[in-house]
Design a protein around this ligand. Structure first.
Ligand SMILES: [Zn+2]
Ligand SMILES: [Zn+2]
Length: 483
């Protein structure tokens, strides 16, 4: 009993020292036998720990347990890190125990050298402060195993939060530096456009136009995740190609479908009303067969028809106003979906989705075949790919042969469609402008319609263009026959 009182009085001194220590965030609870403390670096880098005093404390070792589950259990401390922190914090306590054999006198100041509580908390705090990967520990491990599954390499520094990834899909390479922000998955930066991960391309042998397309989408993906979008939606929204009309977001509320159904119903009602109105007009205006000046129907019948017509017209105006209001709301809803507008939202971790996207964009792109001709989309030599995108010098006169060669080169350029499949420009041109005018995608996507902003979404326009081209050709053929 005496030892418990001694222990509790010493523990009380330690708790006071802990409360006074400005760098430790908060002593949340304390009893004779334990202290619960919250150690804080930023919103997503924090630890909750239970420190339990053994009966013979401070002669025995303090028991440190990490309990933090994080926000909504999503960004808690993963098991691997929890164990590491517990073992190392208890190591710090052991050092105090081994080094501080001499008695701590009542007037002695408590420090991490003579107090196990302070030693454990100082260790945890300095770990939190110096390790940028605390809030993406598990994600980083998954990322590393994803990256190293192929020939790719990854290097990281926990003190600076820098991750160097090198994606190799020979002969193509893409190296980038990903800097994890202090506030990841959010950001503590006070900039115009702060991001939880900064992406900087270090080197690549992709042409500038392709490299920027990939990198910009990765940056956009990070931004959307930070806004609270789930990675599937974030990826869809980061697509530089605008979604085709009627496209439904893969998750979340299916607003466009609801609007479409309503609109169709309205259109059907419109037709019914028009038919009804036409019949009423007929009643009012019909003339007798043998006398075109005399009305067919009685005055009363015509009057009733006119009254009914008026009523219907009024109703129509009201309904049109309502529909207009609804449609403008629909437009707002659509704009919100397209711009990723969000009322509020917790940031979603973006490291793994971003690296996953980069691997998909680089490795799968390199290995991919064109869905139309089934040949490799990329040339075997990166220099040949660069040449496809080279601009011809301004003012240079080209011979007919050079022009033809250039046209052929342009046809071989890789072009990405909305579904993320890559085509040869010439193959896509043929697929979109000739019957059956861009059917479903035969690439690695789930087979949605082929959509690219260079071609109209409306198949009828493509069809009309093709028809008039054919007509022109026929006319030319006919003209040739007369010559
Ligand atoms: Zn092709
Ligand atoms: Zn596709």
């Amino acid at each position: 009993m005496a030892s418990l009182i001694a222990a509790s009085s010493f523990a009380a001194r330690e708790r006071d020292a802990l409360t006074k220590s400005i760098f430790i965030s908060e002593v949340e609870a304390s009893t004779l036998t334990f202290i619960r403390v919250k150690i804080f670096h930023s919103r997503y880098r924090k630890i909750r720990s239970n420190l339990t005093f053994p009966e013979d404390y401070p002669k025995e070792q303090l028991v440190v347990e990490i309990t933090s589950q994080g926000d909504k259990g999503r960004l808690g401390i993963p098991v691997g890190l929890k164990k590491k922190l517990e073992v190392e914090a208890m190591e710090a306590c052991k050092k105090v125990l081994e080094g501080g054999r001499k008695e701590v006198k009542p007037d002695d100041e408590l420090t991490p050298e003579n107090s196990q509580v302070l030693a454990a908390c100082f260790y945890l705090k300095s770990f939190l402060d110096s390790n940028r990967f605390v809030s993406c520990w598990k994600e980083l491990k998954q990322t590393a195993s994803l990256v190293t599954a192929g020939r790719n390499t990854i290097r990281m520094s926990d003190s600076t939060g820098i991750i160097l990834v090198n994606f190799i899909s020979l002969p193509y390479t893409y190296s980038a530096q990903l800097s994890i922000d202090e506030g990841y998955p959010s950001t503590l930066l006070n900039e115009v456009d702060p991001l939880p991960i900064k992406i900087k391309v270090k080197s690549t042998n992709f042409p500038h136009v392709i490299e920027t397309m990939i990198t910009k989408q990765a940056i956009e993906l990070v931004r959307r995740c930070c806004q609270g979008r789930d990675p599937v939606q974030a990826l869809q929204m980061s697509n530089p190609i605008r979604a085709p009309r009627g496209f439904v977001m893969p998750a979340g509320e299916d607003r466009s479908a609801r609007i479409t159904r309503d609109t169709i119903k309205d259109l059907e009602r419109d037709r019914e009303t028009l038919l009804k109105m036409k019949k009423l007009k007929d009643v009012d205006q019909a003339k007798q067969a043998h006398n075109h000046k005399a009305a067919l129907n009685s005055t009363k019948e015509r009057k009733d028809a006119r009254r009914e017509l008026n009523k219907l017209a009024h109703k129509e105006i009201e309904r049109d106003d309502e529909l207009e209001k609804k449609m403008s709301q629909a437009e707002i809803d659509r704009a919100k979906l397209e711009t990723g507008w969000q009322d509020d939202g917790d940031p979603v971790p973006s490291l793994l989705p971003t690296v996953n996207f980069l691997i998909d964009s680089i490795v799968k792109f390199q290995q991919g075949t064109c869905p139309v001709c089934n040949e490799m989309v990329l040339p075997k030599n990166p220099e040949d790919l660069k040449r496809l995108f080279e601009k011809s010098p301004e003012g240079a006169k080209k011979t007919a042969e050079e022009k033809k060669a250039r046209k052929e080169m342009k046809k071989k350029r890789p072009v990405r469609c909305y579904c993320n499949c890559w085509y040869h420009a010439g193959c896509l041109e043929a697929y979109m402008t000739e019957p059956p005018f861009g059917g479903t995608c035969q690439g690695t996507c789930s087979g949605g319609p082929v959509h690219h902003p260079d071609y109209p979404e409306d198949k009828r326009i493509l069809e009309r263009t093709w028809n008039s081209k054919q007509a022109r050709l026929r006319e030319m053929e006919d003209a040739m026959l007369f010559l």
